[in-house]
Design a protein. Sequence first.
Length: 276
Amino acid sequence: MSTKALVYGDYILEATQTFLLTTSAFRSFATGFGNPEVLNDVDILWFSVPILSGIVAFVAQAFYAYRISVLSQKKYVAAIVMLFSLIQLGGALTIGVQLKQAKLFSNFLKTNSFIAIGIWQGGSAACDVIIAASMSYYLKSRDSGMMKTHILITSVIRLIVGTGTLTAAIAVVTLILNYLPGQPTYYQTSVSALGKLYSNSMMVMFNSRMRVTSVNSTFTPNEVPIPLSHVNHMASENGQSRMHGGILVTREEISFSGDRFTPGEVGDKKRGPDEF
């Protein structure tokens, strides 16, 4: 239920931001075509970019902080992630307020805004690096050496490092663009995409639980088959089912204390989706 609420909440935030950005783009390049002053007007971008992007980033980073606390069984690393996440959220809210007060982009980049931008993008990049490093470390430490577990953990680490590196790189690029001489507005492009990258990185983690199987693959009671056609023959064999073509989506949610895993304990202590 909490996972569904997280996904739906993220969807609402992203849909709202997309609608507001589309409205601003239509105003700038359609109704305001030929009027360069429209491009200098902040309009509703003070809310749709820094504030919504900061909130989306906070949600994604809090999601990873929870995963880290589950994997490590310790709170201090997750607390550090949440600290940097709150710092970047504070910087994003500050930028939003300063943009609204400036009203024009030409009045925005001042000394105070440079500080707030550094806090926002710097905190965001630092948080992403910590998440990627800690998740990779704790996942690697739980590698049992068995093939199935090793492949799963390696795949998840690759996703985490890739998405974390991407979001951190965009945050650093945005930070650099804000400090360019002459104060060009190139930063608007990268900062507008930052919120989308955070939400998609979180969705990638959820969707990584889906795997395509061969026509003769088996699945456990904790896995749900989604047939590729309306006609799909299912047969039961010794408590397991055989699927003739389709996609498996794992549904088990594993919580553990020490070395105890539930439900569906298996020989190689397979990790559940909520552990990642």
